[in-house]
Design a protein around this ligand. Structure first.
Ligand SMILES: [Fe+2]
Length: 198
């Protein structure tokens, strides 16, 4: 079954000025759509034709001759999560249960944000920065290259993901990835959505 581009869960200009309409037109309408088009072409007529997206990602991770289908399926999954992780007038206070879990794991919300921003800024080249829950119940900040995501690592569940590919911030922030990460955390994150992933 072919995958389709999900609608953004907000208006195309809802995240401005932190993420402009122009960025979303390219990022959602062009980049995300291209991953879906490529994925649909690559799964035609083979074992993945009717597979669930998560299964395609897990079964193709680190398989040498499946790199193309891995990259496009993982990026489709990553962007679905990414759009949901943001909202108009995001940032601000987080639900109590999430705040407690973050304080238990990182000491304070500010320490968590500092770690998330540093991991995102430090990811060399294209990739993602994540807040994940792990098998022992702790929350951790991780980063991954290119399309790799927490589905690839046993016991990890993604709670929050931020795209640090240049296509995510170059129109609005040019090379200032740290400014984009700060705006993401302080002005765009949908903490209610993150809390629901717990
Ligand atoms: Fe992206």
């Amino acid at each position: 079954m072919a995958f389709t581009l999900p609608d953004l869960p907000y208006a195309i200009d809802a995240l401005a000025p932190y993420m402009s309409q122009e960025t979303l037109e390219f990022h959602h309408g062009k980049h995300h759509q291209t991953y879906i088009t490529n994925l649909n072409n690559m799964m035609k007529g083979n074992e993945f034709e009717n597979a669930a997206l998560e299964d395609i990602v897990r079964k193709t991770y680190n398989v040498a001759d499946k790199a193309g289908i891995f990259n496009n399926s993982s990026q489709h999954w990553n962007h679905i999560l990414f759009w949901e992780c943001m909202k108009k007038n995001g940032g601000g206070a987080m639900p109590g249960e999430l705040e407690k879990r973050i304080k238990d794991s990182f000491g304070s919300v500010d320490d968590f944000k500092a770690q998330f921003a540093a991991k995102g800024a430090g990811q060399f080249g294209s990739g993602w920065v994540w807040l994940v829950s792990t098998a022992n119940g702790k929350l951790e900040v991780t980063s991954t290259p290119n399309g790799v995501n927490p589905l690839c690592f046993a016991g990890q569940k993604a709670l929050l993901g931020c795209d640090v590919w240049e296509h995510s911030y170059y129109i609005d922030y040019r090379n200032r990835r740290p400014d984009y990460l700060k705006a993401f955390l302080d002005n765009m994150v949908n903490w209610e959505f993150v809390a629901r992933q717990l």
